[in-house]
Ligand binder design. Structure first.
Ligand SMILES: C[S@@+](CC[C@H](N)C(=O)[O-])C[C@H]1O[C@@H](n2cnc3c(N)ncnc32)[C@H](O)[C@@H]1O
Length: 258
């Protein structure tokens, strides 16, 4: 049966404030169809009613569509490169930093950065800005509570130093938590903040159409100070970074032209 995706895109934009136009179509439609079937609906019109009536179904849909998979120190070697660039490029040039973790999911990425900053006593101009399109996962980030599985790749010494265990859950210590601020931000449709020394935006570009992706790279570059760093995902190499005034420093770290 043909599914009426046009109807559904308009419906999510209007009712969920989720504009799906910029996402790669085939992958997106496959996820919508699976999500619809899992909810027991037989058409997208029917699925919209289910989502409208049932907050749990709505959350399941949002979680499935926005794909929240994340990890502490995801791709550890890249975080090591990042730490190296932070110490050798940024801290020698800038006395204090502004840092943005965009599409941050549950905050694992922002807290990983916060732990690196704490190690080097980095002075921040503002709290690390951690943004995502999904309010529920932002709240998880604000709560800063994770289960053991979610911390599986975090070194034990960092877990002991920066988390408090209570009834099998791990709570981020205040020393780290207070350095991060969570806000909703849609990379496609919201205005970008400015003057960042570091922007981390990983594992989200893969879901966007090429023209949307290009526009996001342009806006990320604009949001960086000259000499600032953009930290990309492990599968997200930028083709011809010079077009965005970016230069490749390492396979996944780019620097804005000075
Ligand atoms: C696979 S996770 C990546 C999380 C983290 N950056 C990492 O690499 O571990 C993708 C995240 O992008 C978010 N996202 C999807 N579309 C977005 C948009 N238009 N604006 C901002 N965030 C978006 C999702 O909600 C999800 O949390």
């Amino acid at each position: 049966m043909e599914l009426n995706y046009d109807f559904f895109y308009q419906w999510t934009t209007k009712n969920l404030k989720l504009n799906l136009d910029g996402y790669k179509e085939t992958q997106l439609q496959r996820r919508i169809a699976t999500s619809m079937k899992n909810a027991g609906a037989e058409s997208l019109e029917e699925y919209a009613v289910v989502i409208e009536k049932n907050p749990e179904a709505k959350q399941k849909f949002l979680d499935y569509i926005t794909i929240n998979v994340t990890d502490f120190f995801r791709n550890k070697d890249i975080f090591e490169e990042f730490e190296d660039q932070l110490v050798n490029e940024l801290l020698v040039k800038f006395p204090s930093l502004k840092i943005w973790s965009a599409a941050c999911s549950t905050g694992a990425e922002a807290y990983s950065i916060a732990m690196i900053l704490a190690k080097h006593n980095v002075k921040l101009q503002n709290k690390i800005l951690a943004t995502d399109i999904d309010e529920t996962i932002l709240q998880k980030g604000r709560d800063g509570i994770y289960n053991e599985y979610e911390l599986k790749n975090l070194e034990y010494n960092l877990r002991d130093k920066y988390f408090q265990e209570s009834k099998g859950k791990y709570h981020v210590n205040n020393s780290i938590k207070r350095t991060v601020e969570f806000k909703r931000h849609d990379l496609i449709s919201d205005a970008y903040p400015k003057n960042y020394h570091v922007i981390v935006c990983r594992n989200v570009m893969i879901y966007f159409k090429n023209d949307v992706k290009n526009e996001i790279y342009r806006k990320i570059s604009e949001a960086l100070v000259p000499g600032g760093l953009y930290f990309a995902g492990a599968t997200e190499t930028i083709y011809n970074p010079a077009q965005y005034n970016l230069k490749k420093l390492t396979p996944f770290i780019y620097q804005k032209d000075a």
